[in-house]
Write a protein that binds this ligand. Structure first.
Ligand code: 6MZ
Length: 347
């Protein structure tokens, strides 16, 4: 049974801004997918990193390859996206920005266009079924695929920005940070920005990305994913910190993901501490709740216990995240109202 402390974090209304669709698939949904495709011989140990386990970042990226084998048709995507949205809602997330890399799969007839349309259909169905969560979508560019694909993806994202009734709000840059260089993707990212897509970029997830971050921070991005190695203590630089601070760019922080993926040695060494102490905009996120076996309530609880945050501070953290969303102003106001109403009951 939940303790009183657990209950507080579950009831806390939350904003999730960094969630990769295929990394967020729950154990139960995985089970269904594995039963659908028994010939693949995929087991849970290949799709999730359990409590106490750690992997290298490279091994984490192998996990996504396995999951992609399991999720390769419109039918799979619809099921997975609906289930992920419902999971987040059940965890008390009131606003979610989901991100995913559109894929084409010849064998199942899946195209990138249909991929996005199917995710949007899942969002529409959840809304129709009155799931208590507002969901927006970021189209993801996988850096591994290079500049040509990045440009095509931006074009696709631009089309949906215009046609999705405000559901597609931005572009994510993600994928294995040890592959490729951001300079090759700069033109695509500039195009995205110029057409009104908000930019959420994975930056300095590994130490070797310093020059790339210098360059991409000039865009500037609207939010930073991870930013683990931006500050000088871990091999970043004052110039990077200055750019982030001067432009007040919110950072999406994923504690469990970074510890399990071993880019951060332990929870108490997480860079959340560095940025939070400076009063910089930080938002707690899950990254890949399925792969890393976590949820957003746990992430808040972990941050609170590791860094000694009071409940009032935890509340502020979740409320301030509303300001870092890519939602239009009236939606932000609606969320603020919801938080104000719930505060009486929960805090
Ligand atoms: C960078 C990550 C990531 O797009 O198929 N992804 N990229 N760093 C991370 N830290 C662990 N976690 C996930 O979801 C899976 C994809 O999201 C990106 C990778 O490109 C991965 O293939 P989608 O829904």
């Amino acid at each position: 049974m939940d303790t009183e402390a657990d209950l507080f974090y579950r009831q806390l209304p939350k904003v999730e801004l960094h969630a990769h669709l295929n990394g967020s698939v729950s154990f139960e949904t995985m089970e269904t997918l594995m039963k659908r495709k028994p010939h693949l011989n995929i087991e849970h140990s290949m799709t999730a990193i359990r409590r106490g386990q750690r992997r290298s970042l490279d091994e984490c990226f192998q996990v996504f390859k396995v999951i992609h084998q399991l999720v390769d048709s419109e039918e799979d995507i619809l099921m997975v996206a609906k289930a992920v949205i419902q999971d987040f809602a059940a965890d008390g997330v009131k606003y979610l920005e989901l991100r995913s890399t559109p894929r084409e799969v010849t064998e199942t007839g899946l195209t990138k266009q249909r991929y996005i349309e199917t995710v949007l259909e899942a969002i529409r169905q959840c809304k129709q079924e009155e799931v208590d969560i507002d969901v927006r979508f970021l189209v993801a560019v996988d850096r591994r695929h290079g500049p040509v694909v990045a440009m095509e993806t931006v074009k696709l994202a631009e089309d949906f920005l215009l046609s999705s009734d405000g559901v597609v709000v931005g572009l994510d840059l993600s994928g294995d940070p040890t592959v490729g260089h951001g300079k090759d993707l700069l033109s695509a990212l500039e195009n995205a920005k110029n057409c009104g897509l908000k930019l959420a970029l994975h930056l300095s997830e590994v130490p070797s990305q310093r020059d790339e971050s210098e360059l991409l921070l000039n865009l500037p991005p609207d939010r930073i994913g991870h930013g683990t190695f931006l500050h000088p203590e871990v091999g970043g630089s004052d110039s990077l910190v200055d750019k982030v601070c001067k432009q007040n760019i919110p950072i999406e922080m994923c504690l469990t993901s970074n510890v399990k993926g071993q880019t951060v040695p332990s929870y108490d060494k997480h860079h959340f501490q560095y940025w939070y102490k400076r009063g910089h905009p930080c938002v707690l996120c899950t990254d890949d709740k399925g792969v890393f076996c976590t949820d957003l309530s746990q992430e808040y609880q972990l941050a609170a216990s590791t860094f000694g945050l009071t409940r009032e501070a935890v509340w502020m953290l979740s409320q301030q995240a509303i300001g870092y969303t890519f939602a239009p102003e009236p939606i932000k106001q609606r969320l603020e109202k919801k938080w104000a109403e719930l505060k009486q009951q929960i805090l």
